[in-house]
Each structure stands twice: as C-alpha cells, then as structure tokens.
Design a protein around this ligand. Structure first.
Ligand SMILES: [Zn+2]
Length: 433
C-alpha cells in the first residue's frame, strides 16, 4: 500500500501523557496513513503529500463523547422544560414510535456533522435502527461504538427479540474499520433481571462492552429499592452484572457504598451534566468519584435533552456544576476536565491504546483549535484553561479521524451538509404530526 503523509506544522500540542497534561510549543506532527508517525520540532517536508499550517493553533486529540443517542437530534427542541418521565412518555416515545431505518440514518448523519464540526470523532451510542446508524457513521468517517438499545419490561418475547437484534449488530459491525458493537441494556428499570444476566453472558462470550443508563433519576432508585430492596448498583452487583467492561451513563443518585461498588468493579462512569440539569434529574457526585479515582468521562446524551453535541460546552458545564455543588473551585479542574473528554473517554471505550492522546503509533484522531480569536485571547501559557473554560465547538478549525481530514479550515470535506439539513427539516415536520 502506498503511504500517504500529512504534516501538521508548527502548532502548540496539548495532550495527556503519563497521567498529566503536556503542552509543547512549535511542534509538528507527521501522520502516515491512519497513524501518527513522528512528533518533533524538525520534520522534513520532503515527500509529504499534504501540509496543514498549525501556526496559531492548538493541536490536540479529538474529543470522545461517551454517551449519545445520535438519531435523537431529529427531536431537538421539540419537548423542553419537562421532567424525564413526562418528557419520555408524553413526547419522546410517541415520536420514536414513528421512526424507521431511513429516518434514523438521517438523524445520525446530522449528528455526525455536528460532531465533526465541534471536534468529536468518537462517540458511544445506544438507540434503535443501529445498522442504519452504522451506515451513517461509515459514510461520516468517524468512530462509533454502537449498541442496540434493549428494553423488555419483563416480557419474554421482547427479551428474545432484543437479544437477537443485539447479536445481529455485533455481526454487522464485525471487521468494519472504526466501528465496534457494544451491548445496550437500556437501564435496570426498563430491563428485566433475566435480560441483564443474559447480557453479561453475551458480553463475556463476545468480549464486548456493556452500555447502560444507571441511576439517572431519584424515581429510578426508589423503584429499584421497592422491587429489589437494594439500590441500583447493589442490585447489579448482586446479580453478577458488574465488571470493568460496564459503561454506566448518568450515575446521578449514588450512595457512598455504591461509589465503592463502582470502584471495586472498575465500572466506567459517563457523566452527562447538561441533560441532568435540563431534565432536573440531579447532580452526579463527580467530586467523590474522582476522589476514589473512578474512570470518569463525559457524554452529551441525546440532543433532545441537551440540546447539542458540543463537548467543549459540555465539559465547561461539568466543571462549573461540580464547583458550585461542592463550593470548591478546585474540583474537576482544567487538567482533569481535559482528560475526561480525551484519554478517559478512550479508556472507557477500551480504545486507550489507539486514541485519546497524541503519541507516535496511535491513530491520527486530531483536531486543530484556532487561538487567534477573541474568546481565546490573550495568548497565555495556560491554553488548557482556554480550552476548558473559554472555547466552544465552533472554535475547531480542522478535524482529522483515522488519518483522514474530515474538516479543514472549518470546511466540511465529507457529507453534503445542506442536503442533510433540508432532509432532517422535512422528516421532523412529519414526526411532529
Ligand atoms: Zn441516555
């Protein structure tokens, strides 16, 4: 195979390395095909196919969103200012009943464009019509960990169908570059004990991860306490469900004992602050989780409850929410925040040897962030502060995934943005009626 070389010249590199964040000025990064092959202040331009000027730009790992329902961007702004239960039952579920594969595909394409433009190139998704989401993601050029959302409410026939769909997706994603199929039991409240146990067996057999919502609302905890006489994580531990391959989204309502259970089994937590705030679900005890050294990453949740997929916005919200909740400005500081949207996201998805930091041998999943703009001025030595507290997704200038340039100088190089926006507007008109 012919080698394709891309050189990012003279930028400021910010990346997690050996547990801390390193900033290196005037550095160049050479990409060969899909991988980073050299990082140095002197890389020859000879034989390079493409040069990207990094002057005035931050070179950093592209962002990792560890909890999404990307097709739900179709429902953006259609049901706001509601509690989770009412939001789901009266608004989201009726619209979801009208979804089909083609509609979900366009919702996924819309989200993929939004993610590329705001610097995210890996997402962890749970929803329906996941083969169509897979196809959209292949076309978009980004990475997806995809799980078919399983809900059985104790119905045996449903359980069998959900498992069949999950296994089908594992098969569909097999040997597809940039894609992984996970298992997605929706939550301990919408999924029976039998299905949770079956999920654990399949995860062990196929060596795949499990993506689940846990303890998003107080009501959910109360319902499990009523049904099982245990809190959700105690219940999940009791039935042998927990392991280091479990990615638990939300984790808002946790007892101290449950935090110990999460740590003991090395469960990964995806924190979704904007969605938790918007649905008035509560505040996850992130400070306590960080104290116990739990692997914490960040997700936007679906755009119907956020209402966007901008990970720069999400991490600022995450950090500020913890500070005001604990009255301690040191909690979820800029370095910890940066790790949670890069390397910890990669660890959560089991991709830490491939992505999440800029190192020789890793996949070239890289973004360039413009710094010569008002909201990132002055040019201080503390660019990490600018990234966490001042930046937003529209400051991303260039997005690279797997060595491919998906956006350059803010111009999308994949997908037809205008067509997809028009198509989604048409679809959403129909879903509302
Ligand atoms: Zn969710």
């Amino acid at each position: 195979m012919e080698t394709k070389q891309t050189l990012i010249k003279n930028g400021t590199l910010i990346t997690a390395k050996d547990g801390s964040i390193k900033t290196v000025k005037n550095v160049s990064v050479l990409i060969e095909n899909d991988k980073i092959s050299e990082i140095s202040d002197e890389i020859s331009e000879a034989g390079v196919d493409k040069i990207i000027d990094g002057e005035g730009k931050i070179i950093m790992p592209s962002l990792i969103n560890t909890h999404t329902h990307i097709s739900m961007s179709l429902f953006r702004g259609l049901a706001d200012d509601l509690k989770l239960n009412e939001w789901l039952k009266d608004h989201i579920w009726p619209m979801e009943s009208k979804l089909d594969g083609e509609i979900s595909y366009f919702g996924a394409l819309l989200s993929n464009i939004e993610m590329i433009k705001s610097g995210t190139t890996t997402f962890n998704d749970m929803y329906f019509f996941m083969e169509d989401v897979t196809n959209a993601t292949i076309e978009s050029g980004i990475r997806g960990c995809l799980s078919s959302g399983m809900i059985d409410f104790g119905d045996e026939k449903k359980r069998k169908n959900e498992i069949k769909d999950a296994l089908k997706l594992i098969n569909y994603c097999k040997n597809k570059d940039r894609l992984k199929a996970f298992l997605g039991p929706h939550s301990p409240i919408t999924v029976s004990e039998e299905l949770l146990i079956e999920t654990r067996k399949i995860a062990d057999k196929y060596n795949t991860k499990i993506h689940i919502h846990v303890s998003e609302t107080k009501k959910e905890v109360d319902d499990i306490l009523d049904a099982k006489n245990m809190r959700p994580f105690q219940y999940l531990e009791d039935i042998g469900f927990l392991n280091d391959d479990v990615i638990a989204a939300h984790c808002v309502w946790l007892s101290d004992r449950e935090i110990d259970i999460i740590k003991k089994h090395n469960v990964k937590v995806s924190h979704n602050p904007a969605s938790n705030m918007k649905l008035a679900s509560g505040i996850s005890p992130v400070a306590k989780l960080l104290d116990k050294k739990v692997c914490l990453s960040v997700g936007t949740d679906g755009a119907a409850s956020n209402n966007n997929l901008d990970m720069f916005e999400e991490i600022k919200i995450a950090s500020l929410l913890q500070k005001v909740n604990t009255l301690n400005p040191k909690v979820l500081n800029a370095e910890e925040a940066f790790k949670s949207i890069t390397i910890n996201g990669a660890k959560t998805l089991g991709l830490e040897n491939e992505i999440g930091s800029i190192e020789v041998g890793k996949k070239a999943d890289i973004i360039l962030v413009d710094t010569i703009i008002p909201n990132l001025t002055p040019n201080t030595n503390s660019l990490i502060s600018h990234l966490i507290y001042s930046a937003n997704g529209s400051n991303v200038d260039t997005t690279i995934c797997n060595g491919e340039i998906l956006m350059e100088n803010k111009k999308l190089k994949v997908l037809n943005e205008q067509n997809i926006i028009e198509k989604v507007n048409d679809i959403t008109q129909k879903l509302k009626n």
